[in-house]
Ligand binder design. Structure first.
Ligand SMILES: [Zn+2]
Length: 237
């Protein structure tokens, strides 16, 4: 795992955005909120494709398993929903400590349900911006370190330092937790942004928000990657 304080290196699992546009990066991260369909993407939004299959043959079986595992067990009660509501109300108060506590509660309940170790969580202020070639900049929404099992989420936008919307914030929490599950529950040995990964993340997110999960419709791209067909996904066809 790369050190977090080295801006030249990309953490393994990040969710960047370019001024409201999603952009692909070498590891294929994505803005989880739009991929979950909780916000209707703007016309300009470019959906990040899934990661392509790994080159190492030893990892391919796990990648394919991740890709086809499109369901995730969810509790039959509302324990996650209640914890998610606490995150939502804590964001209103904008106090880092209570937001972190609410996130930790949600993650602990989820970890116990999935019978994995509890991840640590850190809630940070304004999203870091990374400069890229050509003057592009990306914002970091969250990341997960499989070595330390630490989830980091940012609560403020990079530019205006506004509090992140609950939908974006919470989908980032779910996204990073699903990376944790990939390592700790499914034992994939890596965690890729496969179609299955996004389906599992969506299942967790919609369950915890009490919203109906949409069936994600996928479009094939080059390089054995996929992206969501938003028009068809939103139509429910
Ligand atoms: Zn990710």
């Amino acid at each position: 795992m790369v050190p977090h304080n080295d801006p030249a290196k990309q953490p393994a699992h990040v969710a960047p955005v370019l001024a409201g546009f999603e952009i692909p990066t070498p590891h294929g991260p994505a803005l989880a909120s739009s991929l979950l369909g909780l916000t209707r993407p703007t016309e300009n939004m470019v959906t990040v494709p899934t990661d392509g299959p790994p080159r190492k043959p030893a990892l391919l079986a796990a990648f394919l398993e991740s890709d086809r595992t499109i369901t995730l067990d969810i509790p039959r009660d509302n324990r996650l929903e209640a914890a998610a509501k606490l995150i939502e109300s804590s964001l209103v108060g904008e106090a880092t400590k209570s937001i972190r506590l609410a996130c930790a509660l949600f993650l602990n309940i989820a970890a116990d349900f999935y019978q994995v170790g509890r991840p640590d969580v850190r809630v940070l202020a304004a999203r870091p911006i990374r400069s890229r070639e050509g003057g592009w900049a990306t914002e970091l929404f969250g990341d997960y370190d499989p070595e330390t099992k630490l989830i980091r989420v940012w609560m403020r936008t990079a530019m205006r330092k506004q509090i992140t919307s609950f939908g974006t914030f919470f989908s980032t929490v779910c996204h990073e937790f699903c990376h944790h599950l990939d390592y700790q529950r499914f034992r994939y040995g890596e965690s890729w942004h496969t179609r299955g990964f996004y389906e599992r993340t969506a299942a967790l997110y919609h369950h915890a928000r009490g919203t109906p999960a949409k069936r994600l419709v996928w479009l094939r791209m080059s390089g054995r990657r996929w992206r969501i067909d938003w028009a068809r996904t939103n139509r429910g066809s």
